[in-house]
Design a protein around this ligand. Structure first.
Ligand SMILES: [Mg+2]
Length: 310
């Protein structure tokens, strides 16, 4: 069983959803109608040894735990508003260090921490639950239509390259390391994408190869993605090359970029690129069926992203 089998089995155990639940489990966030407003709700957890090691200081872990949740709200086209933070730490100083990073991220993303819980445990663990506000209609994973283009914001592979630099103890590559330790969720761009009416949207947490599958499954469509079109920065290419890694594959499978993947007609993507203030790069198109990664016309087999239970 992988993570997605677990989610499918869990979904089978759920009671019928109350009427306030507009979007149940299975998207970046659930969506609720509460008090006349529309709210996105999600949670995401970071565990020492699994998601980070000794190279991340507690403040980085706290910051990232907030940022990855903010990213899930961004992927619905929402505005992050409130969080609850729970965690386990080996000592009180570490717990306090985590909260310094949480507070910094809250300030940066305009999120208010409502509370949470702490306990002692050997492995530092931080779990954040988030509520975000949605002004119009949430953008779901299920809205991709054949003929739409697929585009990503910003750059891919920088976080994975930063992780390699941290794991290998490489000097330099500070920009890439920062991209891994303190991701920049695309809240403004997610809201603009919702306003402009993109078809589908997801944040790139597990890696494009895995996340594009989620969009295709939910939308009951296929796609063609061109590995050579992926926006990979010069420093990420240099780091990948120095370790004998293929930058295109790293960008497609590395994960944790927290960029947005959107599907939309070309004119919508053009309008998004104008307002986004960051690159919006077409990487492929939505097709009727089948998931097809190509490079120079040749099919690339066996690309997969992050499996949380592997
Ligand atoms: Mg997500």
């Amino acid at each position: 069983m992988n993570e997605f089998d677990v989610i499918r089995k869990l979904s089978g155990l759920l009671p019928p959803a109350p009427p306030e639940v507009l979007v149940p489990i299975g998207d970046d966030c659930a969506v609720l109608r509460l008090g006349g407003g529309t709210w996105a709700a999600a949670s995401d957890m970071l565990v020492s040894g699994r998601h980070f090691k000794g190279w991340a200081d507690p403040a980085d872990v706290g910051y990232k735990a907030v940022a990855v949740n903010v990213s899930d709200v961004a992927a619905m086209g929402g505005t992050p508003r409130f969080i609850l933070v729970s965690g386990a730490a080996p000592d009180p100083e570490t717990a306090l260090g985590v909260f310094e990073g949480v507070a910094e991220a809250c300030g940066e993303f305009g999120v208010y921490p409502l509370g949470g819980d702490t306990t002692g445990a050997d492995a530092l663990t931080v779990d954040v639950a988030i509520l975000g506000e949605i002004e119009g209609v949430p953008v779901l994973r299920s809205g991709a239509r054949p003929g739409d283009l697929l585009a990503v914001t910003g750059e891919l592979g920088a976080s994975a390259a930063g992780l390699l630099a941290l794991e290998e103890g490489r000097e330099g590559f500070e920009r890439l390391k920062a991209r891994h330790l303190r991701p920049r969720p695309r809240v403004g761009t997610g809201r603009a994408a919702a306003r402009l009416g993109v078809g589908a949207m997801i944040d790139l947490s597990d890696g494009l190869a895995s996340d594009v599958r989620h969009v295709c499954e939910r939308s009951e469509v296929g796609c063609r993605v061109d590995l050579d079109a992926l926006p990979v920065s010069e420093d990420a290419r240099r780091l990948a090359a120095s370790l004998g890694r293929d930058p295109g594959v790293l960008a497609a499978t590395g994960g944790e970029d927290y960029e947005l993947l959107v599907s939309a007609p070309e004119h919508v993507l053009d309008a998004l690129a104008e307002t986004a203030g960051l690159p919006v790069t077409v990487v492929g198109e939505v097709t009727g069926a089948g998931i097809d990664f190509r490079r120079g016309g040749d099919v690339v087999e066996e690309l997969s992203g992050w499996d949380h239970f592997s």
